[in-house]
Ligand binder design. Structure first.
Ligand code: MCA
Ligand code: AMP
Length: 561
C-alpha cells in the first residue's frame, strides 16, 4: 500500500500535471505528495502564505544540512521546537526527507520536561526557530546535543515562488523504507514517565488517508488550525490531512476565541477572502467559543448561523468527551451537528460518527474504515471478548448478533496502530493482548438502538483529561511530593464545564506549614506544563486509605469537593 521508492517518486513527478480539484487519495508519504500541488497555496500563517512547492524546496534544502550534521546517518531522533507557523512544516518535512525521526516539542513544556524527551529519545540533533533558541540552548548544554537554529527569514524564503516540480526531482533519500519510523509523540500513562509513541510513515499514511476518505476532504478545503502541534489531533487530523490532499491551512499561532471567530465569520482583517470550510477542536475550545459568542455575537445570531452553515462544511470535536449540552448549544448557534470522533495517540482515530449519516450527541460512532474494535471484559489482565466489530472498506460487521447494549474495555486493531513505545519493549508488550489488540484503557458501550459506540470513561482514575490534554495524576503527585511542605497528596480530576476535568490536589502538610494554591502553582511551574498545574487545592489533616493502603479517589473527590 505504501509504495514509495525513488523510482515511484520520480515517476510521480514526471506525471505531474497542473493542479486540478481532486479527491484522489495518494499513497505517497506526506511530504512527497507536495509535488502534486506545487503551485497551490498550502499554508497561511501570521507572516504570509506559502505554496506546497516552496515549502518542499525549502525543506529539501534544510534536509541536506540535517544529513550533513548527522554525517549521513538515518533513523536518528531529531527534536524540534517551532511555533505554529510554516517553520514547523518545513522542519518536519526536512527531518523526514533526511530519513530521521521527528520529535515535535511544545513551547508549553518547561525545560525539565524537554530535557527528559531529549534524554529518553537519545536525541542526536536539536532544531529550533530563532524565537525558541534560549530554551533549546539549555537543552543542548545539559544533554550535550548539537543545536541547529534555523536562520531568520526561513518564512520569507518559503514564500518565494521560484520552484518548479523539476527542481524537486530526486530530493528523496533513496533508503526511504516502507516501515521507516516517522514521528515520536509523548503521552502519559498511569505509571512511570511519559512514553514516546513511535508512529511509522505507514501508520501516518493510513491514519491520514482514512480520515481524508471518511470525512470527505478535497483540495478545495480550507482548515482553520488552532491546536498544539505535539499531539495527534493537531498534527495528523488537522495538519497532515490538508497537506496530503492539497488543501489549505490557516495556522494560528495559538488559540484565541476572537481570532477563531473572525476567521469563521470572514471578518479577519488579513484573510477575509479565504473562507474556512473545516474546523477541528477539543470540547473546551467549543465551550470558549460559545462564551465569546454569548458576550459579543449574540446580536448577530442570524448572520453567524447563515455564514457558518453556508461556508463551513465540517466541524469536528474530539480528544475528550463532548457533553450533550455543548453539542446542542453549538448546533443552535452554528447550525452544525459536531462530528464527534474518538482517538488516542497510540492508535490515531478509531471511532467516528459518519460524515453522511446521523451524528448522535454523546456517541462516537462506529469504527473507521480499516479499524477493528473489541469490547472486552477484563479481569486480572485476562480479556474475554464480548463483541467485535470491524469496518472493511466501509462495510461494518459484527462477530455476532449485536442486539443488546454491551459494555467493556475498548481494544483496537488496524494499520494506524503505533509500532512501539520508544525503547520500552516491556511497556509496549503490556499494552497489547497476546493476539495483538491494543488496550485503550477506555470503557466503551455499543448501543444497538443507535447503532453506535459511546465512551463511558477511563478504566483508571489516574488519567485526567483537561482541556483535551491527557495528564497523569501520578506524575503530578510525584512532583508535588517533592515540595518541602507537602507530606502526602492525592491528585484528582474534578468535573468541570469548560475544561472537562480540572486538576485538584488534596494535600497533607508537614507540621506548621502553610501552602496556598498560587504559591504551589508558582513553585511547580518549572516542573510541569501550565495546563497540568492544579487549579484546586484542599489542605486536609489526613487522606483516608483502604486496608491495602490505597486512596479511593472517587470517594475522596466526593467527600472533598
Ligand atoms: C489553562 N488554564 C487552565 C487549563 N489550561 N485551567 C484549568 N485547567 C486547564 N487545563 C488556565 C490558565 O492557567 C490561564 O489562567 C487560562 O486558563 C488561559 O490559559 P491558556 O493557556 O491561554 O489557555 P487557552 O489558550 O485558552 O487553552 C485552552 C485550549 C488548550 C486551547 C483548550 O488547552 C488546548 O489547546 N487544548 C488542546 C489539547 C489537545 O490538542 N489535545 C489533543 C491530545 P490565567 O488566565 O489565570 O493565567 S489528544 C489526541 O491527540 C487524541 C489522539 C485525540 O483523540 O485527539
Ligand atoms: P491521548 O492519549 O492524549 O491521545 O488521549 C486519548 C484519550 O482521549 C482516549 O484514551 C480517551 O480517553 C480520550 N478521548 C479522545 N476522544 C474522545 C472522545 N470523543 N470522547 C471521550 N474521550 C475521548
Amino acid at each position: 500500500m505504501f509504495i514509495l521508492n525513488r523510482r515511484n517518486f520520480l515517476k510521480r513527478i514526471l506525471s505531474y500535471v497542473p493542479w486540478k480539484e481532486t479527491r484522489t487519495i495518494s499513497n505517497l508519504p506526506l511530504f512527497a505528495n507536495a509535488v502534486n500541488f506545487s503551485d497551490r497555496t498550502a499554508l497561511y500563517d501570521g507572516a504570509g502564505s506559502y505554496t506546497f512547492g516552496n515549502i518542499f524546496a525549502r525543506a529539501a534544502e534544510l534536509s541536506s544540512s540535517i544529513s550533513s550534521r548527522l554525517s549521513g546517518k538515518t533513523n536518528e531522533r531529531v527534536l524540534f521546537l517551532c511555533s505554529n507557523d510554516v517553520n514547523y512544516v518545513i522542519t518536519l518535512w526536512a527531518i523526514w526527507m533526511s530519513g530521521q525521526i521527528a520529535v515535535p516539542l511544545s513551547p508549553l513544556h518547561p525545560v525539565k520536561i524537554l530535557q527528559y524527551y531529549a534524554q529518553d529519545t537519545g536525541c542526536k540533533l536539536l532544531i529550533t526557530a530563532p524565537q525558541h533558541q534560549e530554551v533549546m540552548r539549555k537543552i543542548s548544554k545539559t544533554t550535550s546535543t548539537n543545536l541547529y537554529v534555523i536562520e531568520e527569514g526561513l518564512q520569507k524564503f518559503a514564500g518565494l515562488n521560484t520552484t518548479t516540480p523539476e527542481d524537486l526531482r530526486g530530493k528523496l533519500p533513496s533508503d526511504f523504507k516502507e516501515n521507516s519510523n516517522a514521528l515520536i509523540l509523548y503521552t502519559s500513562g498511569t505509571t512511570g514517565n511519559p512514553k514516546g509513541v513511535v508512529l511509522s510513515h505507514k501508520n501516518l499514511l493510513v491514519q491520514t488517508n482514512t480520515l481524508l476518505q471518511a470525512w470527505k476532504w478535497s483540495s478545495e478545503d480550507v482548515i482553520l488550525h488552532t491546536l498544539p502541534l505535539h499531539h495527534v489531533h493537531g498534527t495528523v487530523n488537522a495538519l497532515f490531512c490538508p497537506l496530503q490532499i492539497g488543501a489549505r491551512t490557516i495556522m494560528l499561532p495559538k488559540f484565541s476565541t476572537e481570532e477563531v471567530w473572525s476567521h469563521l465569520l470572514g471578518t479577519n482583517e488579513t484573510l477575509s477572502n479565504v473562507d474556512v470550510s473545516v474546523f477541528m477542536a477539543v470540547p473546551t475550545i467549543y465551550s470558549k467559543l460559545i462564551d465569546y459568542y454569548e458576550k459579543n455575537l449574540k446580536g448577530k445570531k442570524e448572520d453567524v448561523r447563515n455564514r457558518l452553515k453556508s461556508k463551513v462544511r465540517l466541524m469536528v470535536s474530539g480528544s475528550a468527551p463532548l457533553p450533550v449540552p455543548l453539542y446542542e448549544k453549538w448546533l443552535e448557534i452554528s447550525g452544525h451537528r459536531l462530528l464527534e470522533r474518538y482517538g488516542m495517540t497510540e492508535i490515531g482515530m478509531a471511532l467516528s460518527n459518519e460524515y453522511d449519516s446521523d451524528r448522535a450527541p454523546g456517541y462516537v460512532g462506529v469504527p473507521l474504515p480499516g479499524v477493528s474494535v473489541r469490547l472486552s471484559e477484563t479481569t486480572n489482565d485476562i480479556h474475554n471478548t464480548l463483541l467485535e466489530c470491524k469496518n472493511e472498506s466501509g462495510t461494518i460487521s459484527f462477530n455476532k448478533k449485536a442486539n443488546k447494549n454491551t459494555q467493556g474495555e475498548l481494544l483496537v486493531k488496524g494499520g494506524g496502530v503505533f509500532k512501539e513505545y520508544f525503547n520500552k519493549p516491556e511497556a509496549t508488550r503490556k499494552e497489547f493482548t497476546e493476539d495483538g489488540w491494543f488496550k485503550t484503557g477506555d470503557m466503551c458501550e455499543y448501543v444497538p438502538e443507535k447503532n453506535k459506540f459511546r465512551i463511558l470513561g477511563r478504566t483508571s482514575v489516574d488519567i485526567i483529561k483537561s482541556g483535551g490534554y491527557k495528564i497523569s495524576a501520578l506524575q503530578i503527585e510525584t512532583v508535588l511530593l517533592a515540595h518541602p511542605d507537602i507530606r502526602e497528596c492525592a491528585v484528582l480530576g474534578i468535573k468541570d464545564e469548560v475544561w472537562g476535568e480540572k486538576i485538584a490536589a488534596v494535600v497533607v502538610l508537614r507540621n506548621g506549614a502553610e501552602v496556598s494554591l498560587d504559591k504551589l502553582r508558582d513553585w511547580a511551574s518549572d516542573k510541569m506544563p501550565k495546563y497540568a498545574l492544579p487549579s484546586e487545592l484542599k489542605v486536609v489533616e489526613d487522606i483516608p486509605k483502604n486496608a491495602m493502603g490505597k486512596v479511593n479517589k472517587k470517594e475522596l473527590a466526593k467527600s472533598t469537593f
